[in-house]
Write a protein of this length. Structure first.
Length: 440
């Protein structure tokens, strides 16, 4: 039954992007029939005299070359040949049109509109992907995944209480918009000028606007325009940026992140937790009964691929999984489930953590198993970058894949690193490897 449902869903996913195209084809065929009927009704007497004349001339010619008084057999044969030739010509013309339309390597600078349309159709037939996280890790991943599908749902954590997001959350009573802004920009198909505008942050000399990003302010404005409906605000921002996929919060309720530290004290708020030098023993939410976003649960249930991470273990990944119903829905899903382990350790959260210890930290705070595969980077950074990170207390995450196997998970190794001024995941390498998991 599950196989039939999955096959039916894939067929629907394949046909859905061209449904509108089929409507236009049917409209054109119906209009052609109506046009022919109209021409016949308006010009039937004129056309009748013309065709009668052509028919009489043909009958005389046919009788003369066959030497018989009945030319109907020859007329039927010739008529059949003409219909076959006309039909074949139409077939060749239509086939040539669609072959040219579907060319995979059109001449650069030409057929841009057609190529764009075909690309959108290809992405619309892509796998259904759910990516959970927050911070820069999730937005980095989305930049790669959007090259393979537009059926992406980014489920974003809502516990950020610092910077522009924290200020807007406190002042306006909305959930923090910053991580969702980053995901919207990552999935955007809009012009670079528009995405740069969304990411622009006012400098310290800007008075009350100091530290705010324009994207955060626009989202806050959309919330007010939508009478407090954050989902509607995200839809408006998605239209402005023409994103591939959708971005939704794990919950629309305001929640606060809390942590039990190694010395037994409780810290409240993401910023306070991150700034502490103490090790985290356990992470939890207040209130603990926040309702999950229904679209997040629906997306997880329908997903072909579910990805957790990369990102800060305790403040970007675990908070999503603590929302009641989300971890349970992931556990029940038949999708491919993968965790993308961080490349570098993070001060205050994952000091000296190996890849296996990242996995243990995640699973220790979640009620059930939420992934089967673990993507682990095995490539080292340059010596200069490694030294730079070491000065700030960060180091390369050790790829202890044997421990990961012993824990019952399947490590997926490779060079997933991108180096510039920072060591981060390469979005294209990570996305390509995740899509490969679907082909197994």
């Amino acid at each position: 039954m599950k196989r039939k449902t999955k096959t039916s869903r894939r067929l629907q996913n394949w046909l859905a992007p061209t449904a509108l195209l089929y409507r236009y084809v049917l409209l054109a065929v119906a209009s052609l029939i109506v046009l022919a009927l109209g021409i016949h009704m308006s010009f039937q007497y004129v056309l009748q005299s013309i065709f009668t004349g052509i028919g009489s001339s043909w009958d005389s010619f046919a009788r003369s070359i066959t030497g018989t008084s009945d030319a109907r057999p020859v007329t039927h044969i010739v008529g059949g040949v003409l219909m076959g030739a006309g039909g074949y010509g139409i077939f060749r013309g239509v086939r040539g049109f669609f072959r040219k339309l579907g060319s995979e390597s059109p001449t650069p600078g030409r057929n841009a509109l057609v190529t764009g349309y075909l690309k959108r159709q290809q992405l619309a037939r892509g796998p259904r992907i759910v990516a959970l996280g927050g911070g820069t890790g999730l937005s980095t991943l989305l930049r790669g995944l959007k090259q393979y599908s537009s059926n992406i749902t980014a489920v974003v954590t809502v516990t950020d209480d610092g910077g522009s997001s924290g200020r807007l959350s406190r002042d306006l009573g909305i959930i923090p918009p910053g991580d969702m802004r980053n995901c919207l920009v990552a999935l955007a198909d809009a012009e670079k000028r528009m995405t740069d505008l969304f990411q622009y942050r006012f400098s310290s000399v800007s008075g009350p606007l100091s530290g705010h990003s324009i994207g955060n302010l626009l989202l806050a404005g959309f919330v007010e325009q939508a009478n407090g409906d954050f989902d509607q605000a995200l839809s408006l921002a998605s239209e402005v940026l023409a994103i591939r996929g959708r971005v939704i919060p794990s919950t629309t309720e305001k929640v606060v992140l809390k942590a039990l530290m190694e010395d037994g004290q409780e810290l409240v708020g993401e910023t306070t937790i991150v700034d502490s030098t103490l090790k985290i023993q356990r992470i939890y939410l207040s209130p603990s009964h926040a309702r999950p976003h229904p679209l997040a649960i629906e997306a997880i249930q329908e997903a072909d691929l579910i990805v957790i991470g990369p990102g800060s273990v305790y403040t970007s990944l675990v908070p999503n999984l603590l929302i009641p119903g989300i971890a349970e829905a992931i556990g029940e899903s038949n999708a491919i489930k993968a965790y993308v382990c961080n490349v570098m350790t993070q001060s205050g959260e994952s000091d000296a953590f190996s890849a296996a210890e990242h996995v243990m930290a995640l699973q220790a705070n979640v009620p059930n198993r939420v992934f089967d595969y673990v993507l682990v980077n095995t490539a080292p950074p340059t010596q200069d970058l490694a030294s730079k990170y070491k000065e700030s207390g960060q180091e390369l995450v050790i790829a202890d894949t044997d421990r990961i196997k012993q824990m019952g998970f399947k490590p997926v190794t490779g060079n997933f690193m991108s180096e510039s001024d920072y060591v981060r995941h390469d979005p294209m390498r990570v996305a390509a490897r995740l899509i490969d998991l679907l082909k197994k």
